[in-house]
Design a protein around this ligand. Structure first.
Ligand code: NAD
Length: 250
């Protein structure tokens, strides 16, 4: 049976670990050729080798999503190696807990650079390649934090809200090029990003707001991202796919 992404080529940012790594594995299992981009070079190479050892097509590129030249190189390498680009997952992100007053200018600018500027740059350089391929699918990883407030993580919330609306306007802009652009909004997911914080008072309060009563897994999110990447979602663009155990439902 053909995979759900048979013949497609995907670039995933922040794919050395966590949700991005799991998405890389799932995409390769479903027949895609996958380019994993991250600043974690060693872990990223290992993740690509693991996919290859299981018979998948994958490679690693060093990608700092805040750097324009890195995005240009990552897209060029993808097209040179696998012939085209069909799918971009803007997944790289950083988290912090500071509220409005505790946030320094340095922290604010860093979070904006990675979580927000990084998503814009990814789209900017992926779109021309997708146009050449006759269309594509971009999935921008936002968060429940892009929909509701929690009283902490001010810059993080600001960036995830920005990704939500940037996704919608880009979806309208590029529909004519047959490029679909959707956002994904995970609840709390058990990855390195939040693992050390899971027992904290703030996180426990947020988790208590997840009616399904558990932390999400990277697989929970990856299956939603797979759907948006595949042609199964061909009538979906500018939409928000919420995968959050009910966190934002109340
Ligand atoms: P993670 O920390 O395990 O993975 C994030 C990845 O992004 C890491 O591999 C990291 O090296 C990479 N990264 C960081 N800065 C980068 C940069 N400048 N350039 C390239 N790569 C960079 O966390 P995760 O949970 O897998 O996060 C994936 C996405 O999901 C993020 O956008 C995050 O904001 C979002 N998200 C996470 C949660 C959660 O609870 N874990 C909830 C909602 C949304």
């Amino acid at each position: 049976m053909a995979g759900r992404l048979e013949g497609k080529v995907a670039l995933i940012s922040g794919a050395a670990r966590g949700q991005g790594e799991v998405e890389g594995h799932l995409f390769a299992q479903e027949g895609a050729s996958v380019v994993l981009g991250d600043i974690l070079v060693e872990a990223g190479r290992k993740a690509a080798e693991k996919i290859q050892s299981q018979g998948g097509r994958a490679m690693f590129v060093s990608l700092d999503v805040t750097k324009e030249a890195d995005w240009q190189a990552a897209v060029e390498t993808t097209v040179r190696t696998y012939g085209k680009l069909d799918i971009l997952v803007n997944n790289a992100g950083i988290f912090h807990t500071e509220g409005v007053e505790a946030t320094s200018m340095e922290l604010w600018n860093r979070v904006i650079a990675v979580n927000q500027t990084g998503v814009w740059l990814g789209m900017k350089y992926a779109v021309p390649a997708m146009r050449n391929a006759g269309g594509g699918s971009i999935i921008n990883i936002s968060s429940g934090a892009g929909i509701i407030g929690t009283g902490m993580a001010a810059a993080y919330h600001a960036t995830k809200g920005a990704v939500r609306i940037l996704t919608k306007t880009a979806a309208v802009e590029y529909a004519k090029d047959r490029i679909r652009i959707n956002s994904v909004h995970p609840g709390v997911v058990d990855t390195e990003m939040v693992r050390s914080l899971l027992q904290s008072e703030g996180m426990q309060a947020i988790l208590a707001e997840h009616p399904l009563g558990r932390v999400g897994t990277s697989e929970d999110i990856a299956y939603g991202v797979l759907y948006l990447a595949s042609d199964e979602s061909s009538f979906m663009t500018g939409a928000e796919l919420v995968i959050d155990g009910g966190f934002t439902a109340h």
